[in-house]
Design a protein around this ligand. Sequence first.
Ligand SMILES: Nc1ncnc2c1ncn2[C@@H]1O[C@H](COP(=O)(O)OP(=O)(O)O)[C@@H](O)[C@H]1O
Ligand SMILES: [Mg+2]
Length: 208
Amino acid sequence: MRIAVVNTKGGVGKTTIATHLAALFAAQAATLLIDADPQASAASWAAWRRGAGREPSPTTTCLLGKAVFDEGKNLSKGFGHTVIDAGGRDSASLRAALLLAERAVVPVGASNLDAAAMTDLLEIVELAKDFNAGLDVHVLLMRIDPRTRDTGEMIDYLHEHKLRLLEARICERVAYRRAIGEGATVAELAKDPQAIAEMAALFKEIQA
Ligand SMILES: Nc1ncnc2c1ncn2[C@@H]1O[C@H](COP(=O)(O)OP(=O)(O)O)[C@@H](O)[C@H]1O
Ligand SMILES: [Mg+2]
């Protein structure tokens, strides 16, 4: 499966989700992680992961612009799964990622501001579908406050725009921050059972 983790907004958790999915897929089959963000955070995670000797690892490569599609398509043929971490703004890389992917996961926060910030992404997704009709787009509620889980406004917005929402949700938890910095997954750090459970639920749902 080729799956792109996208949003035009930064800090929503794209890299957190992309690295987790890549590590989880890597346990099943050879997996390619394409870092399509010039900030290269997924590549940093991969380097930390190699440094820490964690296995299995996805093969990680940085591609930008049109190369995300051209080179990414070519490279992905050699892998069972491909995960693309697409940068936090409207860019050629993001558009190319949406052409290459069969499935897109859009992490979003739950606030009104997050909803307002989705408008430009929706336009890009609609454009991508003109060329990639099978693109399957799912929204992931991310960085939810575990005390309130107040997601009503965002859910209304997603309904209004006929966007498919994943059942799995990812809360704001220190474990995710730590995992990135250690080139790990929350399951590998084995510190936060709730984080482990919600990430496992997301992985299961994404493969369904
Ligand atoms: N669910 C979460 N809980 C706590 N911190 C998170 C969570 N998701 C992301 N973060 C932290 O927020 C920052 C931005 O996340 P990141 O995945 O890099 O977002 P993006 O790739 O969309 O810019 C990072 O420091 C990351 O560790
Ligand atoms: Mg990122």
